[in-house]
Write a new protein. Structure first.
Length: 240
């Protein structure tokens, strides 16, 4: 949903079928074999229904699929993004346990960073716990100052929901790196300007906006700014 928000902001001309995987979510603690099996199901479904590509808007799942070949184009978060992270002297990477353990960010940063399993913060975002989110951000700011961090990498798409809070909270000399924003721009570059047309299945649990809880997005609407298709399944991008 964070990627959909960015696509709407960019006013991309994209037809998207959003899959909220309520059955297997969250992915962060699952084994590679389990995640691979889940993704194989998504690819088979997308191919059967005639979708043009599968977009993996998840760091954890991206670590599983990035070395694999599929019969339908698959875009993951590390395609064309991340090599520039080596320019930072002391990046702080926040991600799920599975993503940290995969070693992808250690490779991209040449082992020069701090790699933190941000499970507590990710859970707080999932549950809309604003107090815990603010407390975690305060702790991260202290670490950034103490360790001389020059960049913070949002290595979980949950963190993209509070990207503006990172900008507001972290020292001004610390860069905020978000692979999801790069993915949104990549999709926009291939589709051009227009309007996001959306179909969706899966969870209807609320997705909280910790910046303004009053404007939390109901899962049934998925995201404001999208035009809902009324023609059933649509040709386009299978996104989860």
């Amino acid at each position: 949903m964070a990627l959909l928000r960015d696509l709407c902001f960019l006013e991309a001309n994209a037809s998207i079928f959003f899959v909220a995987d309520a059955k297997y979510f969250p992915y962060g603690e699952k084994s590679q074999e389990t995640l691979s099996n889940i993704f194989d199901f998504h690819v088979a479904a997308a191919k059967l229904l005639g979708f043009e590509k599968v977009v993996v808007a998840c760091n954890t799942m991206s670590t599983v699929v990035m070395e694999e070949k599929y019969k339908i184009p698959v875009w993951h978060l590390f395609q064309g993004w991340g090599e520039h992270l080596s320019m930072y002297n002391r990046p702080l990477v926040l991600a799920t346990s599975r993503t940290i353990d995969s070693g992808i960010y250690q490779r991209l940063t040449h082992g020069m960073g701090i790699y933190s399993k941000a499970t507590h913060l990710i859970s707080a975002i999932q549950h809309g716990d604003v107090g815990t989110i603010n407390s975690c951000l305060h702790d991260i700011r202290n670490v950034a100052i103490r360790e001389g961090v020059d960049a913070i990498v949002l290595g979980c798409t949950h963190l993209s929901f509070i990207r503006e809070m990172f900008y507001q909270t972290m020292p001004p000399n610390v860069e905020i790196e978000d692979p999801l924003w790069h993915m949104a721009r990549r999709i926009f570059a291939t589709t051009g300007a227009g309007q996001v047309i959306l179909e969706g299945v899966g969870s209807t649990d609320p997705v909280y906006n910790p910046i303004d809880a009053v404007r939390s997005i109901p899962g049934s609407e998925v995201i404001r700014g999208c035009k809902r298709s009324k023609t059933g399944l649509i040709q386009g991008i299978w996104l989860f």
